[in-house]
Design a protein around this ligand. Sequence first.
Ligand code: AMP
Ligand code: MG
Length: 407
Amino acid sequence: MKTGIPLEEAQTTLLELVRPVKECHVSLAEAVGRLLSQDIRTAINLPPFDKSPLDGYALQAGDTETASSENPAILQVIEEVRAGFVPEKQVTPGTAIKVMTGAPLPAGADVIIKFEDVARTGNQLKVMYPLQAGSNIIRAGEDVRQGELIAAKGTVLTPPLVGLLAGIGVAAVPVFSKAKVAILSTGDEVIDPSEKLRPGKIYNSNLHSLGACCSQLGAAPVMMGVVPDEQAAIVEHISRALALSDLVITTGGVSVGDYDIVPAALKQIGAEIIFWKVDMKPGSPIIAAQYNNKLIIGLSGNPAAAFITFDLIVAPLIKRMLGFESGLPPKISAILKDNFNKSSQQRRFLRAKVEIINNIRYAKLTGEQSNGVLKSMIDCNILIDVPAGNGPLVAGQEVSAVVIGRQ
Ligand code: AMP
Ligand code: MG
């Protein structure tokens, strides 16, 4: 078992141990936000046939070569075609077929003229100017051509892509399955928000914040509730969580206090401990273990520590399980807007929000930075990465940060 490893080593070690979970098919209505598990090529042209972009008449341009208001081309209207129907007749010299918007171009016709531009008496049509062959026709395959790659495996399904898949007749979309992530909180003091607050107890925020993170990432959280600080109970609950999910997250009980018994419970289960403790603040006591090819990640119970280690270490794993190529959060640099008066013996992540003013990127601290403070996570969309051994930070200096998004 490794201990006190750098964040990057923790991230890459764990990323190598996860794969996208299974594939499934979902309906178009459920597809947005999911990731394609296969390349999609279109089996048809879109539109599938040459068609009319307007209400008008389909005819042969050759008939109008010498047309003028004094000497109009005179044509016989032989049929009328609505959208959704096919013409029965062909356009031949001297004839025209009335077509509605979306109706197929009749065979023999090479141009369409709109209603407003002709004069009609009975079945006789007058065209007052010469028409150019090919105008006012939407060609088959104008949008996408048969055999064309529409979207590659791993593409996120956005609303236009969902529409295009519908347009080419894909009703069941192949996507990566939602990874099931079990979340289990430990702590004798932790109670559910639905209960009456009692002396010495606190409400369980971690279960719900991390469950919400999983949902937002596109995974399926499996809410396992709270378990007291008793090894047998933790063993039983983690075992149950393993059976119900693809990945297990626990919170609390991973430090070195008398009741921090998650590591002992993991050993009792027979899980292989991959590492315990990462060189970062907050959240250093994180533990990672593997049992039957499933990962179990134990996070600190401090709400902000749990959140930040989730964002930096767990979220990339979930993204990989959901089919994303690289789940690691991008890095940026920014100008710090505030002072931060503490020195950082250990590498430290500070909660901040990125703001762009006059094309310059600033990082504004979002409030109190201690382990247990959740409020400063609300506006946080970047984590300022302060190297170990750094003194206080001053407004105006350049800092590097990890983008966690969410806002
Ligand atoms: P632990 O990691 O178990 O030592 O807990 C660290 C701190 O986080 C303690 O003050 C706990 O009371 C608090 N805590 C632990 N679990 C939760 C939770 N699920 N929700 C909110 N606070 C928690
Ligand atoms: Mg505890």
